[in-house]
Design a protein around this ligand. Structure first.
Ligand SMILES: Cc1cc2nc3c(=O)[nH]c(=O)nc-3n(C[C@H](O)[C@H](O)[C@H](O)COP(=O)(O)O)c2cc1C
Length: 322
């Protein structure tokens, strides 16, 4: 079965600028879901703020925008704006575990309440024309929650359901729950997208345990290991050694990583005026990318103290030279 690979939505990280740069340097993804847009009260969006959140229609692969809301009218209004802007489908976030989101009953705050999910979808779906997908965790407090949600999802015409098999209260800690995912795969009538801990170490195990799953989403590991999607593709085509460990990076990959890094810095630099903010943004990517530089912990610590761009550039040159 040919696998479809999705770039995960990651607020702050996989925004328009990141995707634009990433796709100039790496291949392998078929689709992306953009980080969530919070619905505005009265559906009044400042054009500029919406533009910065919206995926571009001209990206290298189709990008699905995502909405975070518990208000069906506001959600439908935004979905219709997105349709007018040219998008072909939209995703609802019922997965975000942030306390500020959950406490308002949004994101994974929906999950313990199948009746709220039912009412929400029953209200939104007739008001919109775009195909709708949802992204969920397997529960907020218990994996049993998903068992009550699947029959609800099965009654609506959803285009797909993206499932991250962790609990909201666990945030991003601990292993994914493959048993919970098995029960979803066995009962969900819609196409299932697997999201959670997909990496070069887990791919063989996950994809052989879930042979029936065609759609796979990659999140944090794409920030740590941007070569991963193209290596999964190559592996699936029969190049068995492409999933082997890639650190320390060989020269060719180190050069590609450097080009990607420089392009990201340059492209972000055109959008972020303050030097400290630009350096801060690059540091946030290094929280993940440092995985490609084992044994360089001291330099990573040093980088955390850097504030100015000239110092940052010296640091990067040194890191890549050695
Ligand atoms: C920093 C960060 C931001 C995220 N932002 C979003 C988001 O905006 N919308 C969403 O549905 N999921 C979001 N997620 C969850 C990811 O899309 C993904 O489901 C989760 O990280 C598990 O997959 P992974 O192990 O491949 O990262 C975010 C995750 C992280 C770590």
């Amino acid at each position: 079965m040919i696998k479809t690979l999705y770039m995960a939505p990651m607020l702050v990280y996989t925004d328009n600028t990141f995707r634009e740069v990433y796709f100039r340097h790496f291949s392998g993804f078929d689709r992306a879901v953009a980080p969530f847009i919070v619905v505005a009260e009265n559906s009044r969006y400042r054009k500029k703020s919406l533009q910065s959140l919206l995926p571009s229609l001209h990206e290298a692969i189709p990008v699905e925008p995502q909405i975070l809301s518990k208000d069906p009218d506001a959600c439908a209004a935004l979905a219709n704006l997105l349709e007018d802007a040219g998008f072909k489908s939209v995703n609802i976030n019922m997965a975000c575990p942030a306390d500020a989101v959950v406490n308002k009953g949004r994101g994974s705050g929906f999950l313990p309440h199948p009746e709220r999910v039912q009412d929400f979808l029953a209200s939104v779906i007739p008001k919109i024309r775009l195909p709708l997908s949802v992204k969920v965790r397997t529960g907020l407090y218990s994996h049993r929650e998903i068992e009550a949600l699947i029959p609800v999802f099965n009654t609506f015409p959803l285009s797909e359901v993206i499932v991250h098999p962790r609990l909201g209260v666990d945030k991003y800690e601990g292993p994914v729950d493959l048993e919970a995912m098995k029960s979803v795969a066995a009962t969900l009538k819609h196409p299932l997208v697997f999201s959670g801990d997909v990496s070069r170490r887990t791919w063989i195990d996950f994809s052989s345990s879930f042979k029936e799953v065609e759609r796979w989403m990659i999140g944090r590991e794409l920030l740590r290991d941007p070569f991963l999607p193209e290596d999964i593709r190559a592996y699936e085509r029969g190049e068995a050694d492409r999933l082997r460990e890639i650190v320390p990076l060989n020269r060719e990959r180190k050069n590609r990583l450097r080009d990607y890094h420089d392009d990201l810095l340059d492209t972000l630099g055109k959008k972020i005026n303050r030097q400290e903010a630009l350096v801060g943004k690059m540091k946030s990517y290094w929280q993940y990318l440092e995985a490609l530089f084992p044994g360089r912990e001291a330099e990573m610590e040093e980088m955390k103290r850097i504030l100015h761009l000239d110092e940052y550039n010296i640091w990067v040159n040194k890191l890549f030279k050695e």
